[in-house]
Design a protein around this ligand. Structure first.
Ligand SMILES: C[S@@+](CC[C@H](N)C(=O)[O-])C[C@H]1O[C@@H](n2cnc3c(N)ncnc32)[C@H](O)[C@@H]1O
Length: 270
């Protein structure tokens, strides 16, 4: 009982940190107050790394891989491509890119356990010579300016304090004429689908994840609120505007699965 109580206390601390608050600077900056989101993300993903790929598929009604494939299908083919996959996690996106495009891929993630799972996944393929996985933060990329032909990021912006500054950093390492692509969760636009989405996220997912593991239950309770809060303070139009402010003038978007996910892509000004 004591252990469960301690777990519950830790969970509620995690959740209250995750929820964050709308910045006093307002929607225009998308800034999020609160303490370290980096250590929060590390803790959250540490607890689910081993079973990440399986449960990500189940909890998204087997859409997760489809969304990833659509994202990679938007990548412009290049004869010699140097790609940065930010938030590579278990390297699913990096592997998908390696299967469909030429070149080398660097996968970067803040969480050691996710990267270890990724190394295992990459090691099982014949693509390991083309994928390098490194630990690092999206907010401070360890690369010189204009290094990559393509930069991809997935499910990142809810975990950073300042989406504006992070997108600026991603654009910094992208070559002029290079492509930036993202995949994020979103809120459905249709009101009745949104009602179903809310019920799934607020009621079904917390219950469904309860018998899986403590780590997944934490995700099950955190995810819906996190998506909701982020989309309120930083709607899609605002994100597209941030891309434009950071040198990516034409931003294309596609909502997937009734708007539950969104893919964005654009080319950096030469
Ligand atoms: C939802 S997972 C996505 C993993 C993978 N891209 C996929 O599609 O399966 C999000 C990942 O972002 C990583 N992450 C969160 N904040 C980060 C940051 N500030 N810098 C780098 N990685 C971060 C987490 O560790 C986690 O592995």
């Amino acid at each position: 009982m004591k252990t469960k109580k301690a777990d519950d206390q830790r969970d509620s601390q995690v959740e209250s940190r995750a929820t964050g608050q709308v910045s006093t600077i307002g929607i225009a900056s998308c800034h999020r107050s609160g303490d370290s989101t980096a250590s929060f993300a590390q803790g959250l993903f540490d607890g689910i790394a081993c079973s990440y790929d399986t449960w990500a598929q189940v909890l998204t009604f087997f859409q997760y891989l489809r969304w990833r494939r659509f994202l990679v299908s938007r990548m412009v083919p290049r004869p010699r491509n140097l790609v940065l996959d930010v938030c590579t996690g278990t390297a699913g996106v990096a592997l998908e890119i390696a299967r469909h495009h030429n070149g080398q891929i660097v996968g970067l993630d803040i969480c050691h356990s996710m990267l270890e799972a990724g190394r295992g996944a990459v090691g099982k393929t014949s693509l390991d010579g083309r994928i390098q996985l490194i630990q690092g933060r999206a907010e401070q990329l360890p690369f010189p300016d204009e290094t990559f032909d393509t930069v991809v990021f997935t499910y990142l912006l809810r975990y950073v304090q300042e989406p504006n500054a992070t997108i600026q950093e991603l654009s910094r390492v992208l070559k002029p004429g290079g492509e930036l692509l993202s995949l994020e969760f979103c809120i459905p636009e249709s009101s009745w689908i949104r009602a179903l989405w809310l019920m799934y996220n607020r009621v079904v997912m917390p219950i469904m994840t309860l018998p899986v593991s403590l780590g997944w239950h934490r995700v099950g309770r955190f995810l819906g609120q996190s998506i909701w809060d982020f989309c309120q303070r930083c709607p899609v139009d605002r994100i597209a505007a941030i891309w434009r402010e950071n040198g990516i003038p034409l931003v294309e978007t596609r909502r997937l699965f009734q708007g539950v996910a969104i893919v964005m892509w654009g080319t950096k000004r030469r």
